[in-house]
Design a protein around this ligand. Structure first.
Ligand SMILES: CC(C)(COP(=O)(O)OP(=O)(O)OC[C@H]1O[C@@H](n2cnc3c(N)ncnc32)[C@H](O)[C@@H]1OP(=O)(O)O)[C@@H](O)C(=O)NCCC(=O)NCCS
Length: 152
């Protein structure tokens, strides 16, 4: 079962050592860089290790902006050898439910690098819609939480 756990002594080295291939490395910052940002923006950044049962399989970081009732999926990556097994979809489902259940957010936003076909397909299939905005050369998408999960 997929779940999220805080970064701690037991998963830190796996997260920091997780690599993507050259192409995918253009789509997401390194986990080391993300953890440095999480330290810098500690009031809003929520970094987590993604687990399948007891195994660490990826990394996700949220931008917890309660003030604007909008939560961002700041970073998401599944380790290269764990991709294509449905974990990306499962962890998004887990994360969106977790965000929705807090009752603190109306929207979830994220952005992706043009050309990231896997990301675009995954986000669109869940219900994210492009807002038309471009942020730092990335395409912004948004999901209205009220619409998420209501037909499940
Ligand atoms: C994007 C990412 C998180 C998806 O994780 P994953 O575990 O491989 O995804 P899943 O196995 O759950 O598959 C999700 C969907 O993407 C599809 N997909 C996978 N690779 C694809 C590709 N190259 N082009 C189009 N769709 C693709 C799968 O077919 C699946 O769709 P389906 O359920 O309709 O068949 C993963 O590829 C990744 O970490 N990429 C590198 C970092 C990245 O791009 N992060 C996102 C930044 S916005």
């Amino acid at each position: 079962m997929v779940s999220l756990k805080e970064i701690n002594e037991s998963n830190f080295r796996t997260i920091v050592g997780m690599k993507l291939n050259e192409e995918q490395s253009k789509y997401v910052a390194s986990n080391v860089y993300s953890l440095a940002e999480a330290w810098l923006y500690s009031e809003i950044a929520k970094p987590y290790a993604i687990y399948n049962d007891e195994e660490v399989i990826g990394f996700i970081m949220l931008d917890w902006n309660e003030k604007e009732r909008k939560c961002g999926i700041w970073r998401l990556m599944i380790a290269e050898h764990q991709q294509g097994k449905g974990y990306g979809r499962k962890v998004l489902d887990y994360t969106l439910n977790m965000i929705k259940e807090t009752g603190k957010f109306d929207y979830v936003s994220l952005d992706y690098v043009p050309g990231n076909a896997a990301g675009k397909h995954l986000y669109e299939s869940i219900g994210f819609i492009e807002t038309g905005e471009i942020e730092e050369d990335e395409i912004v998408m948004e999901l209205e939480l009220a619409k998420y999960g209501s037909n499940k």
